[in-house]
Design a protein around this ligand. Structure first.
Ligand code: SAM
Ligand code: FES
Length: 342
């Protein structure tokens, strides 16, 4: 941990030792150091992103994901451009200066349609950042969206171990393509976010080590990690969830490895522990992503079971999070929330 703090690289064996040697005492020590780093770059300010889940149609069939193509129990929806603009208007009034458009890989939202939406948000809210999370697309598509006004892109690498990747996804998806998308996005000029689920079926300390080494090499501006949580109508419906302890431990490690990164305390973390997001911040996270999607569609974007905040208006979510952050000595910022300079 001290080596990490001094910006030294760890060998594979050292990472594995750290991950497998996790104890409550070591975690407390790590979290204190991680908080120190987060505060050095961001003070006690927590950035917010307004999440707009605009489509739950998906052409992919990832084994873990609740909105996978083969899940017939899902009621599918798409938000219109007007619906999306309405979410942004509500969000802007509440103090959001970043909008995250996330959806399944839905071919209906082709480049023309997507660029129209991004362009409209860009012109209406020039002071806001636009983040996309649309999965894998061609480099041309990423370029068009960037030129239309998008600034950031979230694409979790999911796992850096190639054989583990194939156990989580059907054959049509490959880790090589996933990783090359991330490098393409970076080359275009996007601020890139990546990450993985913690405790996904079959995941080992070696796999997590590969994840850390991959992220160290990629140097993303953002890292989103959350526990894997089963969704009952998927092939992994009977698997066990990732743990709060391991997710927090990894947040702490990532904070020390990439000290100025933007790291969200995710909704998944808040789902497996009622104060998971607070614990995430106290382990080194500095971002929260409340939901701005219309209430009518919230329950339909069920990536995993028992997802929190599916019944709360955006305003309630923001004020609830504000209270939660105040309680632990932090404050929500009204800010685009770009990554701090290293
Ligand atoms: N289609 C886009 C993509 O592939 O990046 C964005 C949507 S996808 C549902 C967003 C993220 O949800 C995935 O990167 C995955 O890590 C996470 N996710 C999916 N199913 C999950 C589950 N059962 N538990 C926890 N996280 C899950
Ligand atoms: Fe949504 Fe608390 S964060 S209700």
């Amino acid at each position: 941990i001290c080596k990490l703090e001094q910006n030294e690289s760890l060998e594979k064996a050292e990472w594995i030792q750290l991950i497998t040697g996790q104890t409550p005492e070591l975690s407390d020590f790590l979290f204190e150091r991680a908080r120190y780093q987060a505060q050095k770059y961001y003070g006690n300010r927590i950035y917010t992103r307004g999440l707009i889940e605009f489509s739950n149609y998906c052409k992919n069939d990832c084994y873990y994901c609740g909105i996978r193509r083969s899940n017939d129990c899902v009621k599918r929806y798409r938000l219109s451009k007007d619906d999306i603009m309405e979410c942004c208007t509500t969000g802007y009034k509440l103090g959001f200066r970043t909008f995250v458009l996330q959806g399944g890989e839905d071919p209906w939202f082709n480049d023309d349609r997507m660029c129209r939406i991004v362009g409209h948000i860009r012109r209406t809210y020039p002071d806001c950042a636009i983040t996309l999370s649309l999965g894998e697309r061609s480099i041309e598509s990423y370029k068009r969206l960037y030129n239309a006004g998008a600034n950031r892109y979230l694409l979790r690498h999911e796992t850096a171990d190639f054989s583990h990747y194939h156990t989580l996804h059907p054959e049509a998806l490959s880790p090589e393509t996933r990783q090359s998308c991330l490098y393409n996005l970076k080359a275009i000029g996007y601020q890139v976010g990546t990450g993985m689920m913690v405790g996904s079926p079959g995941q080992t300390a070696e796999h997590l080590t590969e994840d850390l080494l991959f992220m160290k090499a990629l140097e993303p501006s953002m890292v989103g990690i959350g526990p894997f949580i089963p969704q009952k109508d998927t092939p992994f419906g009977n698997e066990r969830s990732g743990t709060v302890e391991q997710t927090l431990f990894l947040i702490g490690l990532i904070r020390l490895m990439l000290p100025n990164a933007l790291i969200p305390a995710t909704t998944a973390l808040g789902t497996i522990d009622p104060i998971g997001r607070e614990k995430g911040v106290l382990a080194g996270a500095n971002v929260v992503m409340p939901n701005l999607s219309p209430l009518s569609v919230r329950k339909k974007y069920a990536l995993y079971d028992n997802k929190i905040c599916t019944g709360d208006e955006a305003a309630e979510c923001r004020s609830c999070l504000q209270k939660r952050m105040h309680r632990i000595g932090y404050d929500l910022a009204v800010d685009r929330g770009d990554a701090a300079e290293k």
